[in-house]
Design a protein around this ligand. Sequence first.
Ligand code: ADP
Ligand code: MG
Length: 675
Amino acid sequence: MEARLPKETYKSLLKTITEGTPLDPDVADVVANAMKDWAIENGCTHYTHWFQPMTGKTAEKHDAFIEPDEKGTVIMEFSGKNLVMGEPDASSFPSGGLRATFEARGYTAWDPTSYAFIKDTSLCIPTSFISYTGQVLDKKTPLLRSMEAIDREAKRVLKFFSKEPKKVVSYVGPEQEYFLVDRDLYSQREDLMMTGRTLFGAMPPKGQELEDHYFGQIKERVASFMREVDEELWKLGIYSKTKHNEVAPAQHEVAPVFSTTNVAADHNQLTMEIMKKVAKRHNMICLLHEKPYEGINGSGKHNNWSIGTSEGENLLKPGKNPKDNVQFLLFLAAIVKAVDDYPELLRLSVATAGNDHRLGANEAPPAIVSIYLGDQLENVVEELVSGKKTKEEALGILDTGVASLPSLSKDTTDRNRTSPFAFTGNRFEFRMPGSSQSISGINIVINTIVADALSQFADELEGSTNIHHDAMDVAIRAFKKHKKVIFNGNGYSDDWVAEAEKRGLPNLKTTPDALPYFASEKSLNLFEKHGVFTKVETQTRTEIMLEDYYKALNIEVLTMIDMAKQQILPACLKYSKFLVEGVTEKEALGISVPNEKASVQKVSALTEALIDNIAALEDVNAKVPEGDGEVIAKYYKDAALPAMADLRATADKLETVVAKDYWPFPTYVDLLYRI
Ligand code: ADP
Ligand code: MG
């Protein structure tokens, strides 16, 4: 931009990007022209407004730069108007009943805070997506609104400390987990193709029990995939930094350098897209589903979140002496308060059909939202709350006992992998999000609830004459009131479930339990106060999320029935016929084969059970009640999930007794180890 724009235009645009000032309309024409030249020089013929509808995916409609001129030929044109605004038909995107289909008009609006990029031969312009009536139809707009809320409220608080940053920004670094599977094997599994996860499959003899995959050597095929992903991401200005093997076989992780939340959300969408694309070039498929395989770990997306000023101050940095760092303690208290005030919102921001298989299993934090501060800060909070001195934590030096090795200075806090919302030194790591989710919704919630806590603190401190004392007082009161949400222990243990219940923390186990809170009066008041969502928007979004849930389950049910009836059952029948023929022939020769006979009986009994299980699941699917999304979602949870589990259990038993040659699709051994 600096190289291609006139100085004044560049400065003006930069001001919009870094300080959030409204865009000067004259700037758009100049920027559009420079963008077009840059894009054409790099082989582009088209441009597209790139946006993020409520599908959780991205959308793009490409237009060529060509404009006919009066000579009957064309010129390459891209005006400021084309840059700033687009007008795609909005009727076929999820709106949660917001509009009737005939009310089709929608608009896209340029988001100058996220950089344009080139994909294939198109210039892609990140945009917001809004309906004709002004209702928001996407995930970016409310995210930007929530970032403005943080900016506004954090600035109010910082003012008490005589700081006036140009902007306060929330930052995110999302760690992305995923599985890779061989493409030919994948294409033999209808469940993977239709739903992204295996609906059948017996456990392989070796799972993740040897703990040999995490940080293990990366297989050559995977390494070359990772290298190409990095290159593609770097080309797009996405600073992919960390890559490694994850806990489960064939599971991996990639993480970029953190950026502003808005950019991080755009980049994470692109990252997922690139990973899928590049995997295919290597004859593999990248699985982003939260739980592709039962019995081994699923995939999450750890959302590392912090707030800082445009001048570079990280507001979550405890400093050398956190106990006396009033400003830090106030921000920390705001986050503790936010998490305790709105655990339902945090929980529902990660509620999807896929993620329900993860949360609470022994691999991801439970569905109970709590916050981990680590020993050092826990002690500080304890001292403040009780007024008593706790034991002083000496900053540790780790001695390896080997003279030639350097001694290491320890971090002030250990890690807690079991906590859903863990302080990690200068940021919080929200560990509940699922691997396939857009991170927008999650960060809309985090930004808004923290902005709300900050705004309440600012209200209290308005007019204070002794800010040091009063701010400390506000922080201490907040810690006292919200202490119950702080938990430093093992979040995976059953004790914690009981303890959390005693403390009165909600445990919303499934998506249908959690989603209705989104449109509750409490949430609505919050979102309206900070201008993030209107009432209609919360209601329609709830409806969309519920629909996503039961539609996902419906597709799973239909896929299971298909596979069971058309693949598994015929295979079992064929195999038992083969067994029966052997037994009959041998008996005709007078050879006694009681054990073989028993095998036939076993296969037959299981096959009978399979037929019953199929019928039961078909029955469930035939009886879906009439009603709104909540009713249908609850029905699928209560009726379909158990029937699916029954069918799977029988089929998985059959898999272990039917000969491999007869089994109609690749097994877990193939999928997890043949890469
Ligand atoms: P872990 O050891 O937790 O797996 P990773 O290195 O995989 O850590 O990922 C950590 C992520 O946190 C990276 O994306 C990193 O850029 C991000 N991060 C680091 N500092 C901050 C910060 N201040 N705010 C937000 N994200 C941050
Ligand atoms: Mg990591």
